[in-house]
Design a protein around this ligand. Structure first.
Ligand SMILES: Cc1ncc(COP(=O)(O)O)c(C=O)c1O
Length: 389
C-alpha cells in the first residue's frame, strides 16, 4: 500500500473536516530513514516547518536525531517536546530571538557574516554562563539550482538564503563548526550528488575546518522509486573524502504519504459544469495546493472525464479560487459522501489558517494494527477568536 491510492480507516466514522495520520505508514517511512542511517552513519533531523505533530515526537525520536527549527517557537517546541538535538536556522535574528534560541538550541546557523559577527559574543557569553554547549554553523548558498520552481529554490537568482562564496569573510569563521545548505525540493539523489560536487568546488577548502556538514532537506527519500543506493553512496563517499559528520534534515520524507484530509460533500450544484462543495477549504486547509500550485489527489478519483461522473471540487470560502481541481468518479457524488485527499500530513497542519472563519480540521491518529482512531485535537470558535483582537 503506497498511501497514494488507499487508506485503511473508515472515513465515515470521522467528524470532518479532519486530518488523519496513519501511524503504520509513518513507521514504514521511519524504517527507511533508519536504514539510511545504519548504512551511512549520517544523522537525520526532522524539519519542523513541514511536520510538527508533537504527539508523535516520542515515536519519531526513536529513529531521528533531533529537529531543525526555523524560528524561536519551533526551536522551543523541539527543545521541550522532542528532547534531542535542536538545530536552528533563521534568515535573520533579532536580539530577542537570539536570547530565546540560546536557551533552546544547541546548534545555531547564520545566514550572513554580519549576523554571525554580531551574535557570537552573546552566544559565547550565554554558553559560558549556562554551561550549555552551543555549536555555530553557517548556511551557504552553493549557487547550484536543480530545477525546483523558483518559489522553492533557495539558489535562484536574487535569493536571500545562504552566504555566497564571495560574501564569506573567512576571518569570522574561527568558531564555526557546521556548514549547511538547502537547495532541493522533492528531489532524488542524483540532484544531491551534483549539488555536493558544486559545494565541493566552491567551498571545499572550508570543509576540513568543520565538524559537520548538513545537506539540508528536499530529499524525497521515502518516495517509491527514490534512489536509496545512490544516496548512501553519496553520503559515504563524502564522509570518506572529508571525515565529517553528515546531517540530513528532511521534512517531507518523514511523513510523506502518511496522512489524509477527509472532508464531506455539503452541496452539489451546477454551473457550466457539475460542482461539488466540501466542508473544507483549499487555501485554509491545504494552502500548498494554491501556493505551489498542484492538484491534490482524491482517492478513488480520476482526472476530469476519465471516469463517468466529473465534478469541479471546491471549498467553503468566498475565494473564487478555493478549488481543489476537476475530478471524476465511477458513481455520482451525493451529499454526505467523504472525499479523502492523500498526502496531507505534510505542510498542512503547520500552515493552515482560519481565513473566512472557516474552522480548522480536527487531527486524528489512526493505528492500523488495532484499527483504532484517536481524535488528538479538535478546534473551535475560541481558536479562531484568540488569533484576533
Ligand atoms: C532549510 C530547510 N531545511 C529543510 C527543509 C525541509 O524540506 P523538505 O520538507 O522538502 O524535506 C526546508 C524546506 O523548505 C528548508 O528550507
Amino acid at each position: 500500500m503506497d498511501g497514494y491510492s488507499q487508506y485503511r480507516f473508515d472515513p465515515t466514522r470521522l467528524r470532518t473536516p479532519c486530518y488523519v495520520v496513519d501511524v503504520g505508514l509513518l513507521r514504514g517511512n521511519l524504517q527507511i530513514l533508519a536504514d539510511v542511517k545504519a548504512q551511512t552513519g549520517c544523522k537525520i533531523l526532522l524539519a519542523l516547518k513541514c511536520f510538527a505533530m508533537h504527539r508523535l515526537f516520542p515515536l519519531l525520536a526513536e529513529t531521528l536525531d533531533g529537529v531543525c527549527a526555523s524560528s524561536p517557537h519551533e526551536a522551543r517546541l523541539g527543545f521541550e517536546e522532542f528532547g534531542k538535538e535542536v538545530h536552528t536556522f533563521g534568515a535573520a535574528y533579532s536580539q530577542a530571538d537570539m536570547e530565546d534560541i540560546c536557551r533552546t538550541s544547541d546548534h545555531i546557523l547564520f545566514n550572513s557574516c554580519a549576523q554571525l559577527e554580531r551574535f557570537v559574543p552573546m552566544i559565547m557569553a550565554h554558553a559560558a554562563g549556562s554551561g550549555k554547549k552551543i555549536e555555530l554553523g553557517i548556511r551557504i548558498n552553493p549557487e547550484h539550482s536543480e530545477g525546483a520552481v523558483a518559489m522553492y529554490d533557495p539558489c535562484a537568482p536574487g535569493s536571500r538564503l545562504g552566504i555566497r562564496r564571495e560574501q564569506l569573510q573567512e576571518e569570522l569563521l574561527a568558531q564555526v563548526r557546521g556548514l549547511h545548505w538547502h537547495n532541493l525540493c522533492e528531489q532524488d539523489a542524483d540532484c544531491l550528488e551534483r549539488t555536493v560536487r558544486a559545494v565541493e568546488e566552491r567551498f571545499g577548502d572550508l570543509i576540513p575546518r568543520m565538524r559537520y556538514v548538513n545537506f539540508g532537506g528536499g530529499h524525497h527519500i521515502t518516495r517509491p522509486g527514490y534512489d536509496l543506493a545512490r544516496l548512501v553512496r553519496v553520503i559515504n563517499s563524502f564522509k570518506e573524502r572529508w571525515g565529517v559528520q553528515v546531517y540530513l534534515e528532511p521534512g517531507e520524507a518523514v511523513a510523506l504519504n502518511c496522512g489524509y484530509l477527509v472532508s464531506t460533500v455539503l452541496d452539489l450544484t451546477k454551473a457550466d459544469m457539475a460542482i461539488a462543495i466540501m466542508d473544507s477549504s483549499v487555501p485554509a486547509h491545504m494552502p500548498d495546493v494554491l501556493e505551489m500550485p498542484y492538484r491534490p489527489h482524491i482517492i478513488d478519483s480520476g482526472g476530469e472525464g476519465e471516469k463517468k461522473y466529473s465534478y469541479r471540487i471546491g471549498g467553503l470560502s468566498c475565494l473564487a479560487g478555493d478549488v481543489a481541481g476537476s475530478y471524476s468518479f465511477d458513481r455520482p457524488l451525493a451529499v454526505g459522501d467523504r472525499l479523502v485527499f492523500s498526502d496531507m500530513a505534510i505542510y498542512t497542519m503547520v500552515k493552515n489558517n482560519t481565513f473566512n472563519g472557516v474552522g480548522l480540521p480536527s487531527i486524528y491518529l489512526y493505528e492500523p494494527e488495532e484499527d483504532r482512531y484517536e481524535c488528538v485535537r479538535s478546534f473551535g470558535y475560541e481558536d479562531f477568536k484568540n488569533r484576533l483582537s
